[in-house]
Design a protein around this ligand. Structure first.
Ligand code: F6P
Length: 326
């Protein structure tokens, strides 16, 4: 057992619903294990500036249900430089912080891994990103909530698409992976889903618009992952319009609403479980690892693995769409 007197916690990169639940769990588990916990504002930028404050139990009351992150987040260019990381290290030592828990995605873990190795400093990662692109965990914090946001929006769009017989292309986030698009496509009954992991072929697009009895569908919704190799929703809609000039085609870009909202029950639970696990990993003298969820159990995944491997949707999920659209 390794005892730390004081640990730090920060959120970094694109925020995700459930990050507050994770911060809450880290603070409560740290205090439970007789540690002090410093909140670090604005991610790695705050780490470098020494923007730290002592967090007590009451500082994380009434936040489990709130989206965003009360300790703010940022994408830090300075932390990508050794000079910036050295400043951060000095500030941590001055503040008596002996270990760090970082909540974020692959960019966050990339910086954490370099920092942890450079300064022999214990760092534990919690997967917090709506993209669900981190290898080594079945789900990332924020993904479930983002999916629910997307299907709620698509259900609304389907009402008007059906009323006017329109063909809609809805663009979702996910950076360069298609998890949000594919899973939300299945859950919302989308007629077609375009993701970076599969080749987008538009010449036989028309077959998506008919069902098994070859009857035209009453409404048609296509979900486009923002990182699709054929471009975003406007690009793909333009190409389809060339091939099907008779169709009334509309585009909706969901954008940053996918990053907000009250976290789902699953994300609150996942964040709480992994927040506690991150503190327990420190007590077990773990460092430079992510605490992930594998088949409902906590798993320790070295940063080197979770960053290097890219998680992609499996063929079963991709095949489901064809079957369900027959
Ligand atoms: O990584 C989360 C994410 O929402 C991606 O899905 C998206 O491409 C990106 O962040 C947007 O970044 P920003 O909020 O900096 O525009």
């Amino acid at each position: 057992m390794t005892k730390y007197k004081r640990i730090g916690v920060l959120t970094s990169g694109g925020d995700a619903p459930g990050m507050n639940a994770a911060v809450r769990a880290v603070v409560r588990a740290g205090l439970y294990n007789k540690m002090q916990v410093s909140g670090i504002r604005h991610g790695y930028d705050g780490l470098i500036k020494g923007d730290y404050f002592d967090m007590r139990s009451k500082d994380v009351s009434n936040i489990i249900h709130r989206g965003g992150t009360i300790i703010k987040s940022a994408r830090s260019k300075d932390f990508m430089e050794k000079e910036g990381r050295y400043k951060a290290y000095r500030k941590l030592i001055e503040a008596g912080i002996e270990a760090l828990i970082v909540i974020g995605g692959d960019g966050t873990f990339t910086g954490a891994r370099i920092f942890g190795n450079e300064f022999d400093f214990p760092v534990i990662g919690i997967p917090g990103t709506i993209d669900n692109d981190l290898y080594g965990t079945d789900m990332t914090i924020g993904y479930d909530t983002a999916l629910n946001t997307v299907i709620e929006a698509v259900d609304k769009i389907r009402d008007t698409a059906s009323s006017h017989g329109r063909l809609f292309f809805v663009e979702v986030m996910g950076r360069d992976v298609g998890f949000i698009a594919l899973r939300a496509g299945i859950a919302s009954g989308a007629e077609a889903v375009f993701i970076p992991e599969t080749e987008t072929k538009l010449d036989n697009f028309k077959h998506y618009l008919f069902n098994g009895e070859n009857k035209e569908k009453s409404s048609n919704i296509c979900i486009v992952a923002e990182g699709d190799e054929a471009g975003g929703a406007f690009d793909i809609a333009g190409e389809v319009k060339k091939r099907l000039p008779g169709y009334d085609i509309k585009v909706t870009i969901l954008g940053h609403i996918q990053r907000g909202g009250n976290p789902s029950a699953f994300d609150r639970y996942l964040a709480s479980k992994l927040g506690i696990a991150s503190v327990e990993a420190l007590l077990e003298d773990q460092r430079n690892i992510m605490v992930g969820l594998k088949r409902r159990e906590v798993d320790y995944v070295p940063f080197s693995k979770t960053i290097k491997h890219h998680k992609t949707p499996n063929q079963t999920m991709i095949d489901m769409l064809d079957i369900l659209n027959y």
